[in-house]
Design a protein around this ligand. Structure first.
Ligand SMILES: Nc1nc2c(c(=O)[nH]1)N[C@@H](CNc1ccc(C(=O)N[C@@H](CCC(=O)N[C@@H](CCC(=O)N[C@@H](CCC(=O)O)C(=O)O)C(=O)O)C(=O)O)cc1)CN2
Ligand SMILES: [Zn+2]
Length: 768
């Protein structure tokens, strides 16, 4: 019998229950026991959903209160002393590492959080010391959760992150120089211990995720697989059977590693992203090894095309036989929303095209049944699926000839500004009289409870559009007044009218549909509701001009217009899978180009086009695919911004610090001013700006915005001092790492006051 399996299930719950509970715990509204009980309730509910759907292999330990990688810091005792010294309750220590803690004499920033592969999920980086020792937790979470499921009558397969990935995805702590992978021999015994304890607890199967195998690995990381998995494989009956899982890419370039994994029970690969790897992987399997075929997409919301998926699985079965193939999701379902059943307002036509986590659980079961018993056993499902796939392919909603015509008319000149930066800058300084070290923010100010409540009322029709507009104007007035008091230099309107920087634009563009409950975790308790691109995209009317114009009208300071760039709109939506992403990006770029030009015409002289997702879209492997991506990604940004005159200053924002391997693309955007996240990384990363003689302006973030902790003025000054080793004063802007929407007002004002004071100090220093 061909089994069905799921690599991980979303943990937020149907109505973001986990977000609500964690945030209530953080603000002392519920007790620790209540939070723990809510976690338990959600785990059970999710296991039941999968069991009731008929899924054979159900994951456990895929749950996390903040992040599954952070769970492993506690599992292996890699907790820096600055947290452990307080002897906090383990849950509070865990949250302190995830989000920092500033309370009752404790003041400790969070650990660094970065993107999980090419997704919009963020994990907390393992942070290691030169003399790192590891220690297995007294009650390892994978065992606790396995037993919890078992007590409820559900047998699960615990998921753990493999040692090579755990270390490769980690980094040396600040001031340390250890290359994490060199710690592998010290870490390995903990996996041996954990596996044997899992076995003792009754675990038959374990899933060990080693997603780093899809990268072009450094030799040291690659070489680590052999000793690690020979050792773990040799445990035989002393350990559970191991499913070794990779996803988000192919492993063909690392296929020689499989030769060292032959004593493992099964190998999982992503056949949605890289179906072509099937033959190579099958050929490299050991004589008894099982293939876990990831054919149901864990990263997007399209209904699986059963016919195509069954063909892939049949292809594997032909070579391996039915006993050696498992039908699986391509990756964890963490990246898709909980259930389509919550979407009461979706148009019936498009609704039939989608499948969220709960629906995907049913899909793996149907596919497994189809290949086990033959298509007749699931005839009805196959027929309905074929009809739906056909209906989408021929729907008029997907195709807009006017958009196609406009794309055909795009010329190379449309991608370039009229003059080079020096001439543009000369024009810009005529209108923008800015001091040295200009201060600004990234766009959003705190999205208060009140803002969300008013928006909710407006969405439900409980207040009129006029009332809502008045409310937004009042918010803008408030934000402008505060920026005046803070004495910032380039103002923003604060984005109070936006639910989210991508969703907001999706709701204003044709070709998109949006949902009401389709939330996906982005980091910690924070979720996003990605809009869905179903057809060709165009802009029926201006999207942001009214608010920007209003904000500009109530202050003499320069007001930055604020847009989300084409690549970020694409990446943080659920994109179409029937049209190349470059085509979708160009459609978005044309829509945004019109918006940029309209803002300029409305008198907005500084326009920021955010591209925080530009890097995330970078193909995971180096080589041709990257070159091709960068070409169309950079072109779409340039197409969206190059319609303005020289005197309009174009800003762009990136919230990640890993720009070294990517510097030329950022430079090629030709933005007048960049703001980048940098405060949690080594200022040395900025060296590339000198090395490459970067000619334009840059604002490396001077403080972290992910945590409520307020930086001191001295910390900010120290940071600026470090930055100035690599940047000239004339090109340096000062700003936070990212937007402030997740922060509260008191900490926001305190932090920006410190930043402006630091700016004044350096202005003084450099004007002498
Ligand atoms: N799409 C996206 N990806 C991103 C970022 C980003 O800003 N956007 N930033 C980076 C970090 N990731 C982030 C992701 C989410 C949030 C965030 O603040 N999310 C909000 C939700 C934002 C939102 O869409 N809010 C809506 C819906 C608000 C809501 O919850 N409404 C309640 C009712 C209102 C109430 O009573 O509170 C409901 O629907 O139940 C709105 O403001 O209108 C949250 O989780 O709290 C921040 C950063 C990287 N990726
Ligand atoms: Zn940002």
């Amino acid at each position: 019998m061909v089994q069905s399996s799921i690599l991980g299930f979303p943990r937020m719950g149907r109505l973001r229950d986990l977000k609500k509970a964690t945030e209530a715990y953080w603000s002392d509204k519920i007790s620790r026991d209540e939070l723990l009980a809510e976690g338990k309730r959600l785990r059970l509910e999710h296991w039941k959903i999968q069991k009731d759907a008929g899924v054979d292999v159900i994951p456990s330990n895929d749950f996390a209160f903040y992040d599954q990688v952070l769970d492993h810091h506690q599992l292996f005792g890699t907790i820096p002393e600055r947290y452990s010294k307080y002897n906090l309750n383990p849950l509070d220590e865990y949250f302190a590492m995830g989000r920092g803690l500033q309370k009752e004499g404790i003041d400790v920033p969070s650990l660094e959080m970065v993107k999980w592969f090419d997704s919009n999920y963020h994990y907390v980086k393992p942070t290691l010391q030169d003399n790192q020792e590891f220690k297995l937790a007294a009650e390892p979470k994978p065992i606790v959760e396995f037993l919890e499921a078992k007590a409820a009558g559900i047998t699960t397969r615990p998921v753990i992150l493999g040692p090579v990935s755990f270390l490769t995805l980690g980094k040396a702590d600040r001031g340390q120089s250890v290359d994490p992978i060199t710690l592998i021999e010290k870490l390995l015994p903990l996996y041996v211990e954990l596996l044997s304890k899992l076995k003792d607890a009754g675990v038959e199967d374990v899933q060990i995720d080693e997603p780093v195998l899809v990268f072009d690995l450094a030799e040291k990381s690659k070489a680590a697989f052999k000793p690690v998995y020979e050792k773990l494989g040799a445990l035989g009956a002393q350990a559970p059977r191991i499913t070794f899982a990779t996803y988000f890419g192919d492993i063909v370039h690392n296929i020689d590693v499989l030769a060292n994994l032959q004593s493992l029970h099964s190998i999982h690969v992503d056949l949605v992203r890289n179906p072509e790897q099937l033959d190579t992987v099958v050929a490299a399997l050991g004589p008894k090894q099982i293939l876990s075929a990831g054919v149901v997409d864990g990263r997007n919301i399209w209904k699986t095309n059963f016919k195509a998926a069954i063909e892939k699985v049949e292809n594997a079965i032909q070579k391996l036989g039915k006993d050696r193939v498992i039908v699986a999701t391509s990756s964890s379902l963490l990246h898709v929303p909980h259930t389509l059943a919550s979407e009461k307002a979706l148009d019936a036509e498009v609704r039939d095209w989608f499948s969220f986590a709960v629906e995907k659980a049913a899909e793996v079961v149907v596919i497994a049944k189809a290949v086990t018993e033959g298509p007749a056993a699931v005839r009805e499902q196959l027929e309905a699926n074929a009809k739906s796939v056909q209906a989408r392919a021929s729907s008029a909603r997907t195709n807009d000839p006017a958009v196609k015509a406009r794309q055909a008319a795009v010329t190379p000149e449309m991608h370039n500004r009229k003059s080079a930066f020096p001439e543009r800058y000369a024009e810009q300084t005529k209108t923008l009289k800015l001091p040295l070290f200009p201060t600004t923010t990234i766009g959003s100010f705190p999205q208060t409870k009140d803002i969300r409540i008013q928006r909710n009322k407006f969405t439900k029709g409980e207040i009129t559009p006029e009332e809502y507009e008045k409310f937004i104007e009042k918010e803008i007035q408030e934000v402008v007044k505060i920026q005046e008091e803070l004495d910032l230099d380039v103002f923003v309107h604060g984005e109070p009218e936006r639910n989210d920087m991508v969703q907001y634009f999706g709701e204003r563009l044709t070709g998109y549909v949006f949902t009401t409950h389709a939330w996906v975790q982005s980091y910690g308790s924070r979720c996003v509701r990605p809009p869905i691109i179903v057809g060709d995209i165009s802009r029926p009317a201006p999207m942001t001009v009214k608010e920007s114009k209003y904000a500009a009208s109530i202050s003499p300071k320069p007001m930055k217009g604020m847009l989300t760039g084409p690549i970020t709109c694409l990446r943080w939506s659920f994109p179409r899978d029937d049209v190349h992403q470059s085509v979708q990006a160009q459609q978005l770029a044309l829509a945004l180009r019109d918006e940029v030009v309209d803002l300029e015409a409305a008198g907005i002289a500084v326009i920021q086009v955010d591209e925080p997702a530009l890097r995330e879209g970078l193909p995971l492997r180096t080589g041709e695919a990257r070159v091709a991506y960068l070409k169309w990604a950079v072109d779409s940004f340039k197409l969206s911004t190059a319609g303005v005159t020289d005197g309009t200053q174009i800003h762009s924002h990136f919230c990640y610090s890993e720009f070294q391997d990517f510097f030329h693309a950022i430079s090629a955007l030709d933005a007048d001013v960049l703001s980048i996240e940098n405060s949690k990384s080594d200022a040395k990363l900025l060296k590339v700006f000198i090395d490459e003689a970067y000619p334009r302006h840059i604002g490396p973030g001077v403080y972290d915005i992910h945590s409520p902790r307020v930086p001191t003025e001295q910390e900010i000054k120290d940071r600026i001092e470090e930055m100035l080793a690599y940047l000239t004063p004339a090109q340096t802007w000062l700003n936070p790492d990212c937007g402030l929407k997740t922060r509260g007002w008191p900490e926001t004002k305190a932090a920006l006051t410190a930043m402006v004071n630091a700016a004044k100090y350096f202005r003084q220093k450099y004007s002498q």
